[in-house]
Ligand binder design. Sequence first.
Ligand code: FAD
Length: 324
Amino acid sequence: MSRKVLIIGEVRDNSLRNVTFEAISAAKSVSDGGELVGVICGENNLEPLGNEMIQYGADRAIIIQNDKLKAYSSEGYSQAIYQVIDEESPEAIIMGHTAIGKDLTPKLASRLETGLISDAIEIDVVGENVVFTRPIYSGKAFEKKIITDGIIFATIRPNNIPPLERDESRQGTVSNLDVEISDLQTVIKDIIRKTTEGIDLSEAKVVIAGGRGVKNKEGFKPLYELAEVLGGAVGASRGACDADYCDYSLQIGQTGKVVTPDLYIACGISGAIQHLAGMSNSKIIVAINKDPEANIFNVADYGIVGDLFEVVPKLIEEIKQVKV
Ligand code: FAD
């Protein structure tokens, strides 16, 4: 049964976030041969991004350019996207399970009076049903869910569903849609970034995370070096954030970011259950810890018992040699 699927894209710093391409790939499975329609909101200059969605597999793209959509607000974006849904009547909607996705999709789902499956990591089409797999109990178990009535609406966890290969010769229409947006009650004046420039932690393929074992702010330096040679991002445990070794925007875990990189290197992190909730679904976990009894070794694929200040520089040296 083919379905028309709407993919809500996400723009940051004038570029589409990688999870948008993963959402297109997820939408392709859900569509079962139906039409894939991308939608992106912003203030202006969205045409090239609409074309990029097409190159990654969308059949066409709708862009909504409005000065009230310059920065994300649930009020402005939900009004804009709702009008697209009203006009397009999709049978399914897919978006990334990002901070914006987590805020926007429940609001839309409630307005559409439909269910929402959040944080899906796998999609299977079984007969007439689209089955979404999502982690529960902090990643200790998985549940399979279907929506039997109404629009199929889901968010997908970044880094789990590979994007389709980009095809620059792919053609499709990018159309502008004028929408009515009422005066916003919340006006965003400025966005002040706390994270350092570079790879987005929740989308990084490699994450080097530091815990209380890094001892102080300086202790994060070798971790940044390792991240640089591996092309990754730096994260942290709450222990490290609470101790003011780094900013809370780096926190991974139950009350921080959830990451699923190909490689997660935990340095001086004990492996508390709340930390594991944010990283235990990483594809390969390497733990470096002085304490052979540390809980992190129970989830690690590779464990190194040792002082991170000796191990990390050696790793950097070895990796540099392999890369030459
Ligand atoms: P510690 O537990 O102190 O571990 C430090 C580790 O470093 C030890 O295992 C030690 O052996 C090792 N070490 C020390 N020196 C070295 C060295 N030189 N080389 C190698 N290893 C060394 N935590 C999170 O991370 N994320 C969350 O989202 C989160 N949410 C929470 C929510 C709630 C409601 C609560 C109650 C707690 C939450 N926590 C969270 C806190 C969590 O319970 C732990 O306290 C925290 O994860 C511990 O951080 P840590 O592993 O860095 O520190």
